[in-house]
Design a protein around this ligand. Structure first.
Ligand SMILES: [Zn+2]
Length: 365
């Protein structure tokens, strides 16, 4: 696949930057733009207008390359955005699909802009899965244009609106970080299976069986998370992170969640936010706060410095994988592994100084 000479030469002339796949160790970090504005509504006009222009050009030549649409050996050619989606599509699709994930480890989906190569990959896909709810804010226009030409589906589509959160700081928009509650991500698995079966009806049974196996695993994962967090006394269940990616986690597993930046990293944290968190941490004696793999650590370090200047002390409790998976081959390189890593990191750091008998007292309560 992807050997159409016209498309290849056009992409390379327009500056194809390579892409991320499970075997590629050079994620497209060129798209981590500093182009920020308030409220997560960054549509990155320059880049997306360029991308839209490129898309029109590509679609004009694609009929000549129709054979490229099929993945290798007749497999379905699927393109995904974030790693958490790539992982569940690979699991549900199994050997009937070839999956290309656009966003690799450490990539911030709120700011990610499609490269010329991404537009080419999206244009030749048979199915596109993305998160939706404005997570891929800088790709929104492009994804909208793909819809109608290619089966393009937001994996959060199947979630009942009454389970979606609308935190006040996001001005009426839904919080897009559904994967931090395992039961909500189970709904994404069902949407993936249903969509693959619509596009490839012969594989319906295959997708159904794979999805059922994955759902069973995720059900067990959800129960494991519930049990693991009960090791923490209730008063210790305060999670302070770089950006607001853990609201669903907090709601599902009983944590109070505080973050330096809002729901989208497109909103810059101000010194007022740093001081507000530093006050909270010292007042509540919170032992640890957390950095995130897709966000510069200096933001959280600024909070730590502010706590110290108030005479307090707080640890950096470790790195959480909030909006991107870890490297392939590591535990956090899969969705389930990412959840386990995050929960172990959070419980480990927040239980610092908690005496074992006090932990035992709070268990089951
Ligand atoms: Zn986020």
């Amino acid at each position: 696949m992807e050997h159409c000479p016209i498309v290849s030469s056009m992409s390379s002339r327009l500056g194809h930057q390579g892409h991320w796949s499970r075997t590629d160790t050079t994620p497209d970090i060129g798209s981590r733009s500093r182009d920020r504005s308030r409220g997560g509504r960054v549509f990155a006009h320059g880049a997306s207008t360029f991308a839209a222009f490129l898309l029109v050009l590509l679609l004009a030549v694609l009929p000549a390359c129709a054979g490229d649409a099929r993945g290798g050996e007749g497999r379905l050619n699927v393109v995904t955005t974030i790693g958490m989606i790539t992982d569940i599509v690979e699991r549900v699709g199994g050997d009937r699909v070839v999956v290309t994930g656009l966003m690799g480890p450490g990539v911030d989906p709120h700011l990610y802009k499609a490269s010329a190569g991404d537009v080419r990959r999206l244009s030749s896909a048979e199915v596109i899965f993305y998160n939706g709810l404005h997570l891929e804010a800088a790709m929104a226009e492009l994804l909208q244009q793909m819809d109608g030409r290619t089966r393009t589906r937001a994996v959060t589509d199947g979630v009942s609106p009454n389970r979606l959160l609308t935190p006040p700081e996001f001005e009426g928009q839904y919080d897009p970080h559904l994967w931090s509650d395992v039961t909500l991500w189970m709904s994404a698995v069902e949407t993936v299976a249903e969509t693959l079966a619509e596009v490839d009806p012969e594989g319906k049974e295959h997708y159904r069986e794979n999805a059922a196996a994955l759902l069973e695993e995720l059900e067990e994962l959800h129960e494991w998370v519930r049990e693991r967090v009960e090791e923490l006394p209730l008063a210790r269940r305060v999670l302070v992170t770089a950006h607001d990616a853990f609201n669903y986690f907090g709601k599902a597993y009983g944590f109070e969640v505080e973050a330096l930046q809002g729901l989208s990293t497109a909103t810059e944290a101000g010194t007022g936010d740093v001081q507000r968190l530093a006050r909270l941490i010292t007042d509540r004696e919170i032992p640890a706060i957390f950095i995130e793999s897709s966000i510069p650590r200096r933001n959280v370090e600024a909070v730590q410095a502010a706590v110290r200047s108030r005479g307090g002390e707080v640890e950096i409790g470790g790195m959480l994988f909030s909006d991107a998976l870890g490297d392939p081959g590591t535990e956090e390189g899969t969705y389930a592994g990412m959840i386990r890593h995050n929960v172990n990191t959070i419980v480990g750091a927040l239980s610092s100084g908690v005496e074992p008998d006090r932990v035992a007292e709070t268990e089951g309560g």
